[in-house]
Design a protein around this ligand. Structure first.
Ligand code: BGC
Length: 745
């Protein structure tokens, strides 16, 4: 896993040469040779053009805009366009590049296809809660096939930023707080987007973002400063990016934040030392939206020329949108400030990706109207969305088995999201039409459930005039299903929050509903962990449904009525209160770990240390019992293996699925080690009354970390190991690593 695969190094491609008469003939020539031949024909200006990405005006994903896109393409000034949408428009722009520009180099068309193109899947944070890599891969595959039938050949995904601060709205876009899980999810996403064959017309190039550590923004405020130790960077934040490259991702996006005092977009340590030299990355890095020119307000450079200089010499190959390269790079090369070799390396990387995906052979590979007609929102895609949505749902509370509901009961369906389609989509919903989504009300209609509806209140705002009607509806029903949460634009980019309660007067609505005396089930649609302490205390059941996309309503209905037994587990800790943040499970122990009998220990005076719901937590309609662990040895030797076995019994009344999680703790290290670290998991289905035996295998590699001198390896000593249903509980064992083991990093 740690060794980066030199993607495409030896791949052969088809070179299409246009003869004088316009007829094409193809020859099989290694891609690197094709790239070199083309490079030799390019002027400096054309090279800078390849390093430039400009935005189409239609979709705006940042400040500013582009003028004269088509003229720039014709002049050979554009290597890639972002935010152009639709096969017809993209074909038109591509035609300008391949028919009217001097060298006829086709362009990459990039778009934020994050969790679906038109068929929208659960937000990535939700999909990660499935702990189901096949499901995650499938969701990205569907997104890719839809996007790649409508002109797009490059997605700005996956976002693999570790996120440990739910105030940060972009936590919605990633796989949560854990480094091990984050690596698995990143690889599944890359496999899904790029498919088994990059040349296939259904594949899109993946772009791993945001490199690096964007998720560590101070205070959870988007775009904010990041200040991390080198150790934390290496151990916690970098591995998911590396895993994504190891899975074959061809491109990366630099992040907005600074790292170690230098903006990532101009950070040589990140882009050159780590990515290129250490990891051997052969693809290219694109900046984030105007993040080259944003190095001016960062205070890293004085003007656009210096911005281009810093970025180019750091190893940023393509600039998104701000045009500093277009304006200054040729001059910087002529002045000897940026080497010709640096520019050639950048262009080689960009052209290589274009050859690898077969773009020279067929520049219109993603513009196939017939395929689009067959693909977009077809039944298989909608079914896949429903399936992945159900797997993403996390059951947080289910007192006295109030769920699943009996079909004959009357439901008071209340709350601003009960019959809302648009907000099911979540952040980055690409080309989706909210009207094509299914709300929970739609989902219940499909089941002919007797429903009394009342909105109660808006998502935001202070108006309580709808409360009375909601309480009246509750009184007429057997059970209240309160559908509350965040609007689609309350998480995602530039959507940080300091208060993580249900917004507006939604909690007040729940308080009012309690007066009706009926059991209350909260269905929460949201894009981040919320503080649900009051809800946990006062409601009968809580279903964390996230923003699930197109098929949200039917998927939640499947769970509410027990056609699907929920099995999702949280991938980000839910705090009780914002004051506990940052709060994540793999923290250090401190010299004064919390002890309720000792005041002078690490604690709050006004809140417990524990989260409301820990990482890895999630309930089922059935119950699982874990046996004591069986370890193959208590002394693990270098080169040896340790097998950890456990039997899980389904002791409840329904078939179900369980995500068994293996955690370790290294008791003493040359640098302090976290109290728990996830090192494996296994999702299995177990029929009621049955038991399944599972085995995990650990080797010294799994125990490795960046030691006191930053070398990578495992240290001899005592370890604890747990296998259980969450990071908070599990069957425990112990073993010893007999000697130190250096592990290649
Ligand atoms: C976001 C990126 C996105 C880019 C292009 C930026 O504002 O940070 O995640 O890919 O815009 O839309």
């Amino acid at each position: 896993m740690r060794q980066f695969r030199n993607v495409g190094a030896m791949a052969l491609g088809v070179l299409t040469l246009l003869g004088a008469g316009g007829t094409a003939h193809a020859a099989t020539v290694p891609i690197d040779t094709q790239v070199d031949r083309l490079l030799a024909r390019m002027t400096l200006a054309e090279k800078v053009g390849q390093m430039t990405q400009l935005s189409e005006g239609g979709v705006v994903t940042g400040p500013g805009g582009t003028k004269g896109l088509e003229a720039n393409i014709k002049a050979g000034n554009v290597g890639s366009v972002l935010n152009a949408v639709g096969a017809e428009r993209i074909r038109k722009l591509q035609e300008i590049a391949v028919k009217q520009s001097r060298l006829k180099i086709p362009m990459l068309f990039g778009l934020d296809v994050i969790h679906g193109y038109k068929t929208i899947f659960p937000i990535p944070l939700a999909a990660a809660c499935s702990w189901d890599m096949a499901a995650i891969e499938r969701s990205c595959r569907v997104a890719a096939t839809e996007a790649a039938s409508d002109g797009c050949n490059w997605t700005f995904a996956p976002m693999v930023d570790i996120a440990r601060d739910p105030r940060w709205g972009r936590i919605a876009e990633g796989a949560g707080e854990d480094v091990y899980l984050g690596q698995q999810v990143a690889q599944a996403q890359v496999r899904g987007f790029q498919g088994p064959d990059l040349k296939a017309p259904t594949s899109v190039v993946a772009c791993v973002k945001h490199f690096a550590a964007y998720g560590a923004a101070q205070g959870g405020r988007d775009y904010n400063t990041v200040d991390l130790s080198r150790r934390t960077m290496l151990e916690t934040y970098l591995p998911p990016y590396r895993a994504a490259f190891a899975a074959g991702a061809r491109t990366a996006m630099s992040s907005f934040n600074e790292y170690d005092g230098v903006p990532a977009t101009g950070n040589k340590w990140l882009l050159d030392d780590v990515l290129k030299q250490k990891w051997g990355f052969r693809g290219f890095v694109v900046s984030d939206w105007e993040s080259v020119s944003e190095m001016i307000p960062h205070g890293a450079v004085a003007d656009r020329k210096e911005a281009a200089l810093l970025a180019a010499n750091a190893g940023l190959q393509m600039e998104m949108q701000s045009g500093c390269y277009l304006q200054n790079l040729a001059g910087l090369v002529k002045a000897g400030k940026v080497s010709q070799a640096q520019v050639d390396d950048a262009v080689r990387r960009i052209l290589r990706v274009k050859y690898e995906i077969g773009l020279f052979a067929d520049p219109y590979r993603a513009c196939d109207l017939a395929r689009r007609g067959r693909t977009i929102m077809n039944k298989a895609n909608l079914d896949a969305a429903r399936d992945v949505s159900r797997r993403s749902i996390v059951l947080l509370k289910n007192d006295k088995d109030v769920l699943p509901l009996a079909a004959g009961k009357t439901v008071a369906l209340v709350g601003p999201l009960a019959d809302d389609r648009e907000n099911m989509l979540g952040t980055w919903h690409c080309q989706a039409d909210g009207k094509q989504c299914k709300s929970l009300a739609d989902g219940l209609k499909e089941r002919n459930i007797k429903v009394v509806t009342a909105k109660g209140c808006d998502i935001r705002g202070t108006d309580k005039s709808g409360f009375d009607a909601a309480v009246k509806a509750a009184k007429q029903a057997d059970v209240v299903v309160a559908v509350l949460g965040e609007a689609h634009d309350m998480s995602g980019e530039a959507s940080s929050r300091t208060n993580l309660n249900l917004p507006g007067v939604q909690r007040d609505l729940l308080m009012a509903l309690k007066a009706a005396g009926k059991p209350i089930v909260l269905v929460a649609f949201n894009g981040r962990p919320l503080t649900l302490d009051w809800e946990q205390e006062n409601l009968n059941a809580i279903v964390e449904a996230w923003h699930l996309g197109t098929q949200a309503g039917p998927a939640v209905a499947d769970v509410l009525y027990g056609d699907y037994n929920p099995a999702g587990k949280l991938v980000a800790t839910f705090p009780r209160t914002v004051g506990q943040i940052p709060l994540f499970y793999d923290h250090m122990n401190t010299g004064r770990p919390y002890n309720k009998d000792d005041h002078y220990t690490s604690q709050y005076m006004d809140a417990p240390n524990e989260p409301l719901y820990p990482f890895g937590y999630g309930l089922s309609y059935t119950k699982f019992q874990y046996s004591p662990l069986k370890l193959s040895t208590t002394a693990l030797k270098p080169g040896g293996k340790l097998t950890v076995e456990v039997t899980i019994k389904n002791v409840g009344a329904r078939d179900g699925e369980e995500v068994a999680q293996l955690y370790i703790r290294d008791l003493v290290g040359s640098v302090n080690r976290p109290v728990k670290q996830l090192k494996g998991f296994c999702k299995i289905s177990i029929k009621k009354g049955e038991a399944r035996h599972i085995k995990f295998q650990l080797t010294p590699r799994d125990l490795a970390f960046y030691r006191a001198d930053l070398s990578y390896g495992a240290e001899a000593g005592q370890f604890k190991v747990w296998v259980g249903p969450s990071s908070a509980t599990g069957s425990e064992g112990a073993f010893r690593l007999t000697s130190n083991v250096a592990v290649p990093d």
